[in-house]
Design a binder for this molecule. Structure first.
Ligand code: GAL
Length: 663
């Protein structure tokens, strides 16, 4: 484990830099990220570059012994650019152009912005590409952040038409793929196609899905331009980007593909607060919150870590780790001693190899004045600094663990196409893609079974159990890959709404679950959203599985599969199908917490998956690297779990490391 920090030399007097650099080293920091918002300082006027300050900043930091990670500054283009070329500004779905005054205000498809963005990156790389103190590069900052993931300007409209032409070749194919015969939407020329902005009342879901894919691809292509420039001019340095956990608007698997590894920005009191309501189960009383008020929901943070781990299926970094209060949540609670340490151990337990704190010193000015850093506004240490000192003392132990792989036997599939398709057509308004996945993830965590979130295209063979809570859009390639995984001995769980749609978001004309029907060995004879007050009682041999099934229910007809549960009226609710050396379990309803627990217990014991701990109380989470189980207590009181038959008590807001035998 290495520690680092995000530093903004341009925001502090030059005379202070050496002191800051020395203090960073003295406090055990080894890496420093800089410059990702400093375009106006690097290029104060069109084509006039000033590198003197950055030369000096890099030299000061490197001389102090810090490894430097510059960020390309393209998330914060300068005012002179917006002023001279107002069409670089992004256009919202309601047709309104952004105004200059913040960051992320430009369009990735705008040729002028692209020109300037390429040029600043080229200049930067030319100057610093071989700088010995620089170990790697961050591209831009949080692509899609600040609602910048989708633009609706005329350049995007033109690029969208090109994108469609490449995808469909012929306008007839597009008409078929979108079902444009409906409401007379038929296009006779590419030029007639517009971005689906908010001036359209009810939008065609296939048109929308393609637009979301196109917007995501636009960012991927935009990023690639920088990847290429950086790779060609910075031998031996890594290239990364700082991702945003459960962020929805960009296909983060695609964005991660060309990078050396993933980094992400972990704000445990901010992000989970934003995601909380949308992830908690709709079907029942929520589990009482049993974690301290200043730690954030650890299972939501854990899911974000495990998605970030799945982007490249290799260790990741935390590029920005919250180290005190933030300024952009609802409450922004103060952080107590010990909390930052919990967050760091949690990140390590899920696969982080390095953690950089955001930020070195709280800002005296502008948008983030109320945000904390390792140092307060007055330069004295803030609460995170003491935790950093504790962790520096634990660093050797941490290093040994980061050398070990994260132990995971279960994968949860996720597909941005499904997320976007269901976002636009949830059928019942509160059906949320991440929330459905979270029901499974949360239960696994509570059972002490780690899981990774993976794309459908990943190599699934290392995983004993693969959960596909909502595999909605299915292509022949996806069906074939899953067939292969199962036939070779894997166990796949398919949840509701599986196989309903084609790759272009049309409903399949085959009996459901469409292309997955043979693999599942079932036919879905009926599906419906159901009010909570109604429900179908369950009858099952699976211990603990009781009804009613409600919220979303499907009647299954077992073809080659065998029924494992029925609804009281007779239709089948759960089936299991043997295929080759493996099995497919089909779950015909959206489960409550108790139901998903019963189903997962059954699957876990069927597949000889041993939980890391038994009787994990809420607030205590478990993960494992190599042979060491890491218990993290996010609650205000000591909590006890059972490991290998032994009770292990972890003090309030503390961690415990337990050597376990490898299985
Ligand atoms: C991140 C962003 C940083 C800073 C931080 C504040 O999302 O990348 O630049 O704004 O939030 O918490």
């Amino acid at each position: 484990m290495k520690f680092g920090v995000c530093y903004y030399p341009e925001q502090w007097p030059e005379e202070r830099w050496a002191t800051d650099a020395r203090m960073m080293r003295e406090t055990g920091l080894e890496i420093v990220r800089i410059a990702e918002f400093a375009w106006a300082k690097m290029e104060p006027a069109d084509g006039r570059f000033d590198w003197t300050w950055l030369d000096k900043a890099i030299e000061t930091l490197a001389t102090a012994g810090l490894d430097v990670v510059p960020g390309t500054p393209t998330a914060a283009p300068p005012a002179w650019l917006s002023h001279a070329h107002p069409d670089v500004l992004r256009v919202d779905a309601n047709g309104r152009a952004r105004q200059h005054g913040t960051r992320r205000h430009t369009c990735p498809n705008n040729p002028t912005y692209r020109h300037y963005s390429r040029r600043i990156v080229q200049e930067m790389v030319q100057r610093y590409g071989r700088e010995p103190g620089i170990i790697g590069w961050q591209i831009d900052n949080e692509f899609g952040g600040g609602k910048s993931g989708r633009c609706y300007c005329s350049h995007c409209a033109a690029a969208f038409r090109d994108w469609l032409q490449k995808r469909y070749s012929h306008i007839r194919a597009l008409n078929d793929a979108w079902g444009t015969v409906f409401w007379s939407q038929t296009y006779s020329d590419w030029a007639e196609i517009m971005p689906p902005d908010d001036r359209i009342d009810k939008k065609n879901p296939s048109h929308l899905l393609d637009y979301y894919r196109f917007c995501s691809d636009s960012i991927v292509v935009y990023q690639q331009e920088q990847v290429d420039i950086i790779r060609s001019g910075t031998p031996g340095r890594f290239v990364t980007h700082n991702f945003m956990g459960l962020f929805r608007d960009v296909n983060q698997f695609d964005l991660a593909a060309p990078l050396d590894f993933v980094t992400w920005d972990n704000y445990p009191t901010g992000n989970p607060e934003r995601w909380h309501g949308r992830l908690q189960p709709p079907t029942e009383q929520r589990e009482p919150i049993d974690y301290a008020h200043d730690v954030g929901d650890p299972i939501i943070t854990g899911m974000a870590h495990d998605l970030m781990a799945g982007l490249r299926q290799r260790p990741f970094w935390i590029m920005e780790q919250q180290c005190g209060h933030i300024n952009w949540g609802e409450l922004n609670p103060g952080i107590r001693p010990g909390t930052v340490r919990l967050w760091c151990w949690h990140a390590l337990a899920h696969g982080a190899d390095a953690i950089l704190f955001f930020r070195w010193r709280a800002s005296l000015f502008a948008q983030e004045q109320y945000h904390s850093g390792l140092l307060r506004h007055d330069g004295r240490a803030d609460v995170g600094m003491a935790d950093l000192q504790t962790m520096v003392a634990e660093q050797e132990q941490m290093r040994q663990l980061t050398a070990q792989p994260v132990h995971t036997q279960v994968a949860i599939l996720c597909q941005y196409d499904d997320l976007w398709a269901l976002q636009e057509q949830p059928h019942r308004a509160d059906f949320d893609y991440w929330r459905h996945s979270y029901a499974f993830y949360h239960t696994l965590q509570r059972m002490g079974v780690p899981a990774i979130l993976l794309p459908v295209t990943a190599d699934l063979s290392p995983y004993k159990l693969v959960l596909a809570p909502t595999l909605h859009l299915v292509t022949p390639e996806i069906a074939a890959a899953l067939q292969q995984y199962v036939a070779a001995g894997g166990h796949l769980l398919l949840g509701v709404r599986s196989g309903f749609k084609t790759g272009s978001n049309l409903v399949t004309d085959a009996p459901l679950p469409g292309l997955l029907r043979e693999l599942a060995g079932v036919t879905v004879t009926d599906w419906q959203a159901m009010p909570m007050a109604a429900g179908w009682e369950l009858r099952s041999e699976i211990p603990g599985l009781e009804g009613p099934a409600t919220y979303w229910v499907e009647s299954l007809q077992a073809d080659t599969a065998v029924p494992l549960a029925h609804y009281a009226h007779g239709a089948t609710a759960i089936t299991e199908n043997k295929v080759g050396d493996g099995r497919v379990t089909s779950l015909g309803f959206y489960p409550t917490g108790a139901q998903v627990t019963a189903v997962l217990r059954h699957l876990i014991s069927q597949n000889n998956i041993t939980p890391l701990a038994d009787n994990l109380p809420p607030g205590l989470v478990a993960a494992r690297r190599g042979g060491v189980t890491i218990l993290i207590n996010f609650a205000e009181r000591p909590l006890t779990a059972i490991i290998n038959g032994q009770p292990i008590t972890v003090a309030a807001r503390d961690i415990a490391l337990i050597e376990t035998t490898k299985t």
